[in-house]
Design a protein around this ligand. Structure first.
Ligand SMILES: Cc1cc2nc3c(=O)[nH]c(=O)nc-3n(C[C@H](O)[C@H](O)[C@H](O)COP(=O)(O)O)c2cc1C
Length: 196
């Protein structure tokens, strides 16, 4: 039942899906990401499917001086909440990731006031929107990853989300060069499927 696709020419969409990687800020270049490109990324997020068309995603685009503002907030949150676990290395990693990003998009999930659909469905829809953003980035040579630290998830107010919007983390972005594009692997799909 399974075709060996590795010896077949991949369709453009399969190629991008398999090329998408989590790429972290230390390898991002200084090159800015234009408004047009950010809009394309967001527009593609907006085409994700949703039950009852609730379109629960909310986004906040963070660039320039706002990155410093968010970096300071995240650093302070970590200092205030890490307790015994506090590590100077982790503090610098968290704040450095923000400093090195060309742009961060805070990911929000709005709950419909009528609760028309289950919360998990809204979360699934937001995750599909994030995947659209991630695939768009992969197609444009932009490194990206979804970070879901407690600090990022606590940032709904400071990134300007309205009340009732939950922050599901940050989407970090920056152009990167081909040699920094990581390889990855997956366990075989056969291990995850039953054909009935
Ligand atoms: C919902 C979600 C949350 C994630 N949160 C984090 C995170 O907080 N920190 C991190 O380094 N990577 C995070 N990742 C990235 C995963 O670690 C990464 O996708 C996984 O290792 C597979 O690697 P790949 O994306 O390069 O294929 C997250 C991914 C998803 C889908």
């Amino acid at each position: 039942m399974f075709f060996n696709l590795s010896c077949m020419l991949l369709s453009p969409v399969s190629d991008i899906i398999r090329r998408r990687r989590s790429i972290y800020p230390p390898v991002y270049k200084d090159t800015p990401i234009s408004d047009e490109v950010i809009l394309e990324i967001l527009e593609n997020a907006n085409w994700a499917p949703t039950h009852k068309m609730t379109q629960p995603w909310r986004f906040s685009v963070i660039r320039g001086e706002k990155l410093t503002f968010v970096k300071d907030y995240i650093g302070q949150y970590y200092k205030d909440n890490a307790g015994q676990e506090y590590s100077e290395l982790k503090y610098h990693k968290m704040t450095g990731n923000i400093e090195k990003s060309a742009c961060i998009i805070a990911i929000g999930m709005h709950r419909d006031s009528q609760d028309a659909v289950a919360e998990w469905e809204e979360m699934a829809a937001v995750a599909m929107a994030v995947q659209n953003m991630w695939l768009t980035c992969a197609s444009l040579g932009i490194g990206a990853y979804w970070g879901t630290s407690a600090a990022a998830r606590s940032a709904a107010t400071i990134v300007g989300f309205e009340e009732g919007v939950r922050c599901l983390g940050f989407f970090f972005m920056g152009y990167t060069s081909e040699e920094n594009w990581p390889k990855s692997k997956r366990s075989a799909i056969q291990n995850h499927v039953k054909w009935l």
